[in-house]
Design a protein around this ligand. Structure first.
Ligand code: CIR
Length: 264
């Protein structure tokens, strides 16, 4: 891997977020458990941005895009590596147009921006960059052609990409896992059982707390969704500095901590 140190997979200086649109009530979801409360979502979003700032991020907060209900989940439209930003090609039709709104933002911040042209599809939520490789889970949103195109792009910067599988019924690969440090992954048992993390240290989410798996390590801070006490205890015991954010509203749309930002 070309990154300057193993820590550079979780040491960042910047983040991009986007304010939730009121149209979020029309956002995609696997199961309808009610519409998100917009006012609560705005409060949670502000807490999320503040915690990234507390962790040292300079945050670029983009304006809401009413035409794209799921546009708050910026992670899915790009992969930000230290050397290059790669615009994704979302498998969800209603999200495809979000990419052109992110492109100029990344062109301002990066010297090199390239795009997945297709015909394959790939969403950022299926990509976990670790200190040694880029893991990409094939899912309902990300196919082998999209993964192959990304592999060909990142090879230029000497990244090794490994195609793995997102378990059926799980939206994205990172719905079920997060990078905790250069050696360690937080993952659900069901994802770890696929064998994709061989060679890493894995901390499992507690049974019934699978939704805690979508957390983010940003410098010294581990930002996790609130309400998962057993998993939180495991992370504290392992020595991580944990910060909880209410995620009740984004969870109604299958979204979590990683989805809400691009970090680089
Ligand atoms: C979607 O289905 O696309 C959104 N409702 C949720 C996206 C969550 N993003 C992510 O896990 N990276």
């Amino acid at each position: 891997m070309p990154q300057s140190s193993p820590e550079s997979s979780y040491e960042f200086t910047r983040a991009i977020t986007r304010l939730p649109a009121r149209s979020i009530v029309d956002g995609l979801r696997a199961e309808d458990i009610g519409d998100p409360d917009y006012a609560q979502m705005l409060r949670d979003h502000a807490d999320y941005v503040a915690s990234l700032q507390q962790a040292g991020a300079t945050v670029t907060e983009l304006g809401a895009l009413e035409a794209f209900p799921d546009s708050v989940f910026v992670e899915d439209v790009a992969l930000c590596l230290p050397e290059v930003a790669i615009l994704m090609r979302p498998g969800a039709e209603s999200r495809a147009g979000e990419v052109e709104h992110m492109a100029p933002v990344l062109r301002d911040l990066y010297e090199q921006v390239v795009a997945i042209d297709g015909p394959g599809f790939i969403e950022g939520g299926d990509i976990l960059t670790t200190s040694r490789e880029i893991l990409v889970g094939r899912s309902a949103r990300t196919d082998s052609a999209g993964i192959a195109e990304l592999a060909a792009i990142v090879k230029h910067w000497d990244y090794h990409l490994r195609e793995v599988v997102t378990p059926p019924g799980v939206l994205h690969f990172k719905t079920d896992c997060s990078l905790l440090d250069a050696e360690t992954i937080l993952a659900t048992r069901r994802l770890d059982a696929t064998g994709c993390f061989e060679g890493y240290r894995v901390i499992h989410t507690a049974d019934g707390e699978e939704a805690a798996a979508n957390s983010i390590r940003y410098n010294d801070l581990l930002v996790m969704p609130a309400g998962f006490p057993q998993t939180q205890e495991r992370l504290l015991q392992a020595g991580y500095e944990v910060h909880e954010i209410n995620n009740s509203e984004c969870a109604k749309l299958d979204g979590g901590m990683s989805c809400l930002s691009l970090r680089f």
